[in-house]
Design a protein around this ligand. Sequence first.
Ligand code: PYC
Length: 414
Amino acid sequence: MPHRLLKFALSKKHPEPRMFRAPAGLKSEYDAVIIGGGGHGLAAAYYLAKDHGITNVAVLEKGYLGGGGTGRNTAIVRSNYLTPEGVRFYQGSVELFQDLSRELNLNLFYSERGHFTLAHSPASLRTQRWRAEVNKHLGINSRVVTPAFIKETVPEIDLSVGGQQAPICGALYHPPGAIARHDAVAWGYARGADRRGVEIHQQTAVTDIEIRDGAVAGVHTDKGFIKTRKVLSAVAGWTTHITKMVGLRTPLVIHPLQALVTEPLKPWLNSIVVSASLHLYVSQSSRGELVAGASLDPYELISMRSTLDFAEGMSAGLLDLFPCLGDIKVLRQWAGLCDMTPDFSPIMGTTPISGFYIDAGWGTWGFKATPISGKTMAFTVAEDRDHELITAFNLSRFNRLELVGEKGAASVGH
Ligand code: PYC
């Protein structure tokens, strides 16, 4: 390493401020413990402190911040869902996202691109029309557009899809659809929570949860016991691991989902393009890489291994849509865990165990919900009652058979 660089790095004259403190050790008691240092857990910690003045809070993360679903998704933000419950909830998130860089004083590279959900058949176009009508009714900027409009906006697209698939016959177009830098969202919330007094403990695994007389009494960790009366589980793909500790049954099943990025290219794809028929969605990041993801792997599995099958299928689909990509190299691929619900809506809120709150069922729609899940779960933990935006998502809906069938969820198999 060059001497001058080393001298600069070690100099006290230019200390680089840390994003957040590394707390010395766990205290014996907290007002609330949040399990999971991903975007959702950190956002909940931030809003608990900011909106409710509850700062004696520990966030426990068994790995590193944002190392789960937060760092593995394809960073799409939108609110063009199908159910009124879904649309209102995700619109709340879009509105928070739009101001989040300013609020967290961190550039999240939030970039509005416009979001196309392509239709390759009259049946699919009918669903997009349905979504557009629900969206418009709830004040969301969303409409069905023609193939000519798609071609004008995304000139590189092949509307005939290489002649191998049904041609594109229209799309749902959602101008506010956006992308953001997902790790920055987690770090921004972490810093905001930390500055308000929340403790963030990485490399700290929860080993059990103490329940006494139907209520939370504390949390066992690999670093000792913590007394607390409130625990929020925000661990997405690891939820069943935590719910087992408290004896709670959920209908969650875990599937892997894979994604890839290409080498960086000059900016050419200004929109987010989703094709349910081709099982893919793609956007171009601010670094120039194409970020593309698939639908769920079609088997239940807790594994984050990449497969050749995915790389092959994704490359074929991308080439059918964008023949100009023939020479482009894939840089890396990865997988994440999706905690899927039967109705493709999340599970949020209070549970039959007093003081145990759940934020789960994030399937393929977790990143875009980060700010609003944080805000509504913070309210729920502080007030011990579900926030009005999430009452429909309570776990009890499965007992009542009042599902929220969200067919506007992406990449869930078609
Ligand atoms: O819901 O927009 C979405 C999405 C994209 C990738 C996975 N889910």
